[in-house]
Every structure is written in structure tokens, then in C-alpha cells.
Design a protein around this ligand. Structure first.
Ligand code: MRU
Length: 360
């Protein structure tokens, strides 16, 4: 995608070939800062502190984390240590485990002397694959938007939650890839952007990237979606996801389940966009089996933003002693999911239909 007219990705090899660079997403939308990741610890910190976030980008950053670790030591012990440090960085998005396991399986059989360069090349391949996968998700998902437009003959209103745009991947995004593909093809559309408390990825990231691309959008508070659906203002919901079980249960940013319930009650199609590495074929029951990340209470008790003087400020929004809980994700049962938009096409969220996605 483009930022101020210049092509840009979320992660790229540094020109000196000794590091990778990322956009520090904790500073958007007010400040554009890139950060250099030189070693395993840098990569782990970038994932944990959410300088990079979004399931596919977490997976790619972890792959580069293994490659960076191999630059310093190529022993079996170093490989295992790198994998376990990265695996602990964030628990919910399965792409993290997927990226690490792919790196381990590729690197471990190689002689130690060949590991560093091979690991770097494999991480770069994973990044390129992510871009190609998301372009295909965009192609398949755009058909859904085009169909609604043909039927409605008016701009299509799409609601999305959190950020599953290009900032959550290497490029294009998952939930927003169909939006970009349809918009670029001339389909009139408009996006309702959930702010997505507590970290406001919708307000700070989705609104920013849609604005950069010129896509019409409106920011709403998280609780507005149901009201809009009752009044015919939402034609389609598309969200991303962090893990999908083999039977189609979908784990995504906290609040997604409530959007799915409202969509079900109002007959609004609810779609989930994902690359197939987001499917956890080992799990069935998402509610019981997917680990849900719990983050610091301060993300709930405080909010940050830019004040009138242009300074970044963090302010407390509740009494000093209020206890807070901060669950990062929730699970939407497959019965509420209208379909899964993948690089291999749109399939129903059930075990039988999803089998085609597991075939190599
Ligand atoms: O906590 P985050 O910002 O990493 O959560 C991101 C999401 O929940 C996204 O919707 C999901 O990872 C899909 S990203 C293409």
C-alpha cells in the first residue's frame, strides 16, 4: 500500500542486510516512526509491546526473529531458545506458532554453517507469501462486495472491527483486502470503523490506513454497530481473526462476538477474512480451547491521545482504585459466521467445508 504516495510494507529487510525494519504502530496515527530490529530480543519486544501486531504480521516478525537469532548463533540450542522466547511473546494469534514452526522445520535439518543465510531467505519467503495470500483474499472478498452493490445499486456499507488491514499483515490486509480490491475496481463503498477499545486499533490504525488510501469511512464507538444494523446502515460485516478452529469457531479482537450476535439478529452477513495459516487444525471448540490473552489493566483504566497542543498524553478515566480486567480476544461460534474468506476462496465455517483449505 502507499503512505503519502510512496509504496510501503509493514516489515522489510534493512538496506545493510543485518536487520529488519518495522513501522512502530504504537505511534500511529500521529507519528511515523520506523524501528530497526537487530536481534531476537528486539523482535520479541516488538511483538510483545505491539509495535507490530495483527496475526499475520506477528507470524512474519517471529520468522524474522528466528532468522535474526541465527545471525548470532546457529547451534541447535540457539534455535530452540529463539523459538521458545518468541512463542511466549503473545498467546492468541496462531500465526506466531505457525511462523516459528515453519522456520524450525526448515532450519533444523540444515548444517549449522548454512543456517543463517537459509533462515533469512525463508523468512523473506514467508513475508512474500503473506502478500500474495492477502491479494487473493482481496480478490475473493471483493466479489461479495460487488454482488451486494449490484443488488443494492448504492454504496455498500461495510462494518469492521479492530485493524485487519495492511498494517496487520505485510501488505493488503485480510478484512480490508476485499475493501481495497473493490474500491480500486470502482465499487462505491463506505466503511464503519469500530474504535476498538482498549487500544483503539480501529481509531488509530484502520481509520489512518483507509484515509491514506482515500476509502470513505466513519469512526464509531464500539457499541454503535447494533444500532446501525437495526437501521439498515450495515450491508456486510468483515473482520479478521487471530485463530480459527477446525470446525470454524473464530477468535478475534474482544467485541467481535457481540458484532456477530447483532449481525445474526439483523440478518446482516458476517464474514471473517483469513489466510489459511490462521487455522489451528488441532483445535475444535474455540471457546474452551483457545488461550485468550489478558493484558495490563492500565490499557483499560487509561487512554492516550494527542492534546490540543499536539502533545501525546495519557489520562486516567476511572477512580484511582478501580480494578480492571483486560481480555484481548473473544470467540465467535461458527454458527454465527456466514463464511470464511480465504486465499483459496470463500467457504462455510464448518469442518466439512473447511477440509478443502487443509489440502496441499
Ligand atoms: O491485538 P492485535 O492488534 O494484534 O489484534 C489484531 C486483531 O484482532 C486482528 O483483527 C487480527 O489479528 C486479524 S489481523 C489481519
Amino acid at each position: 500500500m502507499k503512505v503519502n504516495g510512496q509504496p510501503c510494507r509493514t516489515i522489510w529487510p534493512a538496506p545493510d542486510g543485518r536487520a529488519v525494519e518495522i513501522i512502530d504502530q504504537t505511534r500511529l496515527p500521529h507519528t511515523w516512526v520506523t524501528v530497526r530490529l537487530e536481534n531476537l530480543i528486539d523482535a520479541e519486544r516488538a511483538i510483545r509491546d505491539m509495535q507490530v501486531r495483527g496475526a499475520p504480521l506477528i507470524g512474519v516478525t517471529a520468522a524474522y526473529g528466528v532468522a535474526l537469532a541465527m545471525r548470532h548463533s546457529t547451534s541447535d540450542a540457539a534455535l530452540e531458545a529463539a523459538c521458545s522466547v518468541l512463542l511466549a511473546a503473545r498467546p492468541t494469534a496462531v500465526n506466531l506458532r505457525w511462523g516459528i514452526e515453519r522456520m524450525r522445520e526448515f532450519v533444523a535439518p540444515l548444517p549449522e554453517g548454512a543456517r543463517a543465510d537459509a533462515a533469512w531467505a525463508e523468512a523473506a519467503r514467508i513475508a512474500e507469501e503473506d502478500v500474495a495470500i492477502n491479494a487473493e483474499i482481496g480478490r475473493h472478498g471483493a466479489e461479495l462486495i460487488r454482488d451486494i452493490h449490484q443488488h443494492k445499486q448504492a454504496p455498500v456499507n461495510i462494518l469492521t472491527h479492530c485493524n485487519a488491514g495492511w498494517l496487520a499483515t505485510v501488505d493488503w490486509g485480510t478484512a480490508l483486502a476485499p475493501v481495497y480490491a473493490a474500491f480500486d475496481a470502482g465499487v462505491p463503498l463506505h466503511v464503519w470503523v469500530d474504535e476498538t477499545r482498549p487500544r483503539n486499533q480501529g481509531a488509530s490504525l484502520t481509520a489512518w490506513e483507509l484515509g491514506q488510501h482515500g476509502v470513505p469511512h466513519t469512526l464509531i464507538v464500539d457499541n454503535a454497530g447494533g444500532h446501525l444494523m437495526q437501521h439498515g446502515q450495515v450491508d456486510l460485516v468483515i473482520v479478521g481473526c487471530d485463530r480459527v478452529t477446525a470446525r470454524g469457531d473464530v477468535c478475534n479482537k474482544i467485541g467481535t462476538y457481540l458484532k456477530a450476535l447483532a449481525a445474526h439478529d439483523n440478518n446482516v452477513p458476517f464474514y471473517v477474512a483469513l489466510p489459511t495459516p490462521t487455522i489451528d487444525w488441532y483445535l475444535q471448540d474455540g471457546i474452551r480451547e483457545i488461550p485468550i490473552e489478558e493484558r495490563a489493566a492500565e490499557e483499560v483504566t487509561h487512554i492516550s491521545g494527542r492534546d490540543r497542543d499536539g502533545q501525546m498524553r495519557q489520562v486516567q478515566i476511572c477512580p484511582d482504585s478501580t480494578p480492571a480486567a483486560n481480555y484481548g480476544f473473544d470467540v465467535t461460534p461458527a454458527r454465527l459466521v456466514g463464511g470464511l474468506i480465504t486465499e483459496r476462496g470463500v467457504v462455510a465455517a464448518n469442518a466439512a467445508a473447511m477440509k478443502v483449505l487443509g489440502a496441499t
